[in-house]
Ligand binder design. Structure first.
Ligand code: PLP
Length: 432
C-alpha cells in the first residue's frame, strides 16, 4: 500500500470525506504532499510532479520561493498574531493601493469567501438594499448569497431568459434565494432586462472577469461596461471578484477593462502562499466600515485579519510580481494555449481551450463554450475528463480537476513543452 493510501485510510473517519476541502479528493485516494519547491511538488511516496494547480491558482511564484521563505521566517521569530496593529499591515496596504489608482482604501480578511462576503455586506450597508445580482454558475466562495446558482444543472436552471436562483445546499435560506438575482454571462440585453425587474432592490452586481466555473471565458468589455452603466443609472454598486483574476494585470484584470468597479474582492495569490482576502475600492463606499465615521453601517472585524505573517508573505510575493513578471506570465500562457490548440489538431480530438491572464481550461467539446450552460459537462464529458486528468497525474502533471491550470513564475518553456507532450499522449489515449 502506498503511503498516501495509508494516510487516507487514517483520515477517512476523522473528517467527512477524509479531508477538509473537496478539491484534494481523487480516486482511489487523495495524494499527500511531502514538499514543494518552485514548480514541482513531491508526494509522500517520493513522486515529483509539475504543479499547474498551484494550490487552486493561489501560488504565483510556485513553492518555497526563497525571498518569501526568508521574510516569513524572520517574522515567525517575532511573533505571529497580536491584538495590536502592525507596520506590516500598513506597508502591504500601501503596496496594494499603489498597484491600482482606483483602490482608494483597503481592508484585509482571511479568505476569498470573506472578501466577497464583506463586499456584499458593504454594498447592502451602503445602498440600504437587500439584493445582489450575480452571473449564472459563477463561483464566489461559500457565503450563502454568493453561492446561489453555483451548482445549477439542466434539471433546475430554468429558462435561459430568467435563470433560476438554484440553492447549493439543502438548508440554503429561502431569503438568500429570494435576494439573489441571476443574470446570464456576456448577454447584456437579457441581463439588463432581469436587473431592471429588481431595480429598486439591487445593492450590487457581483461579477468575475474570467469566471472559472462559467468556462474560464473572458467577460466582454461591453458586457462589463453595460453593467457599470446600469449600476450608475440605478444607484447600485459594481463589485468585481478578482480573487483569481488579480494575477491578470499589475492591479488586477480590471485594468484590461474600461469600467471601474466600486469594490474589488481579492484573495489567493495576494497572500504569498498564506490564507488571505482583501477588499478595496472607493473610499466613500469603504467608509461604511469605518468605526470612526458617522457613516459606519457595517461593523467589520476578524481575529486573524491582517495577520503579520500573511502581510509579509503577500507583500514579498507581490513585489516580485512586477509589470515584467505579469507580462512574462501572460505571454507564456498565450503561447501555451497555442501549443494546446496544436496538440488538439494533432490528436484530431473534439476539444478546445479557453483562458486568459496566466490561466487556461481545456474543454472536451468541439466548440468553445460562451456561458455556464454551454460549459456544463454531461456525464460522458465528465468521464473522459477524469481519464485525461488521471493520465496527466500518472505522467507527472498536476492540474485543477476542471482540467484547468495556472502558471507560476517558477515555470519556463521546458515546463510548457513537457505539459504539452503529456497532454498530446493523453488526447490520443482518450480519443473516442
Ligand atoms: N472567488 C473566486 C473567483 C474563487 O475562485 C474563490 C475560490 O476558489 C473564492 C472566491 C473563494 O476563495 P477562498 O477559497 O479563499 O474562500
Amino acid at each position: 500500500m502506498s503511503k498516501s493510501a495509508a494516510l487516507y485510510d487514517r483520515a477517512l473517519n476523522l473528517m467527512p470525506g477524509g479531508c477538509s476541502r473537496n478539491t484534494v479528493l481523487r480516486k482511489p485516494h487523495p495524494l499527500y504532499a511531502a514538499k514543494g519547491l518552485g514548480c514541482r511538488v513531491t508526494d509522500v511516496d517520493g513522486i515529483s510532479r509539475l504543479d499547474f494547480a498551484n494550490n487552486m491558482a493561489s501560488l504565483i511564484h510556485g513553492h518555497a520561493h526563497p525571498a518569501i521563505t526568508e521574510a516569513v521566517t524572520r517574522q515567525l521569530s517575532l511573533g505571529t498574531a497580536f491584538t495590536l496593529a502592525t507596520e506590516a499591515e500598513l506597508e502591504y496596504a500601501e503596496h496594494l493601493l499603489g498597484r491600482n489608482p482606483d483602490f482608494e482604501q483597503i481592508r484585509f480578511v482571511n479568505s476569498g469567501t470573506e472578501a466577497v462576503m464583506s463586499c456584499l455586506k458593504a454594498a447592502r450597508a451602503y445602498t440600504g438594499r437587500p439584493k445582489i445580482a450575480k452571473v449564472e454558475g459563477a463561483y464566489h466562495g461559500l457565503y450563502d448569497y454568493a453561492e446561489v446558482s453555483q451548482t445549477a444543472s439542466p434539471a433546475n436552471w430554468g429558462e435561459r431568459s430568467r435563470p433560476a436562483s438554484v440553492p447549493v445546499a439543502s438548508g440554503t435560506p429561502k431569503s438568500a434565494l429570494d435576494d439573489v438575482v441571476i443574470i446570464p454571462f456576456n448577454d447584456l440585453p437579457t441581463a439588463l432586462e432581469i436587473l431592471t425587474e429588481h431595480q429598486d432592490e439591487i445593492a450590487c452586481i457581483l461579477v468575475d472577469l474570467l469566471p472559472h466555473r462559467v468556462g474560464l471565458i473572458p467577460a466582454d468589455d461591453e458586457f462589463i461596461q453595460g453593467l457599470r452603466t446600469w449600476c450608475d443609472q440605478h444607484a447600485a454598486l459594481l463589485v468585481f471578484d478578482e480573487v483569481i483574476t488579480f494575477r491578470g494585470n499589475i492591479g488586477g484584470a480590471q485594468q484590461n477593462y474600461s469600467a471601474v468597479p466600486d469594490l474589488t474582492a481579492m484573495g489567493k495569490m495576494i497572500g504569498g502562499g498564506f490564507p488571505v482576502g482583501a477588499l478595496a475600492g472607493r473610499q466613500e463606499v469603504m467608509q461604511v466600515m469605518n468605526p470612526l465615521s458617522s457613516q459606519m453601517k457595517f461593523p467589520h472585524s476578524g481575529t486573524f485579519s491582517a495577520n503579520p505573517v500573511t502581510m509579509i508573505a503577500g507583500k514579498t510575493a507581490m513585489e516580485l510580481y512586477d509589470t515584467q513578471a505579469v507580462k512574462r506570465l501572460n505571454a507564456m500562457n498565450a503561447s501555451l494555449m497555442e501549443q494546446i490548440n496544436q496538440a488538439i489538431s494533432q490528436a484530431d480530438i473534439p476539444a478546445c481551450v479557453s483562458g486568459g491572464g496566466s490561466m487556461f481550461r481545456i474543454h472536451l467539446k468541439p466548440e468553445l463554450p460562451s456561458n455556464y450552460r454551454e460549459t456544463y459537462s454531461d456525464a460522458e464529458e465528465t468521464r473522459i475528463r477524469g481519464l485525461l486528468l488521471d493520465h496527466m497525474f500518472d505522467n507527472g502533471i498536476m492540474m485543477i480537476n476542471t482540467c484547468s491550470g495556472t502558471l507560476s513564475t517558477a515555470m519556463g518553456q521546458n515546463e510548457l513543452d513537457q505539459f504539452c507532450d503529456v497532454l498530446l499522449q493523453g488526447f490520443i489515449k482518450i480519443k473516442p
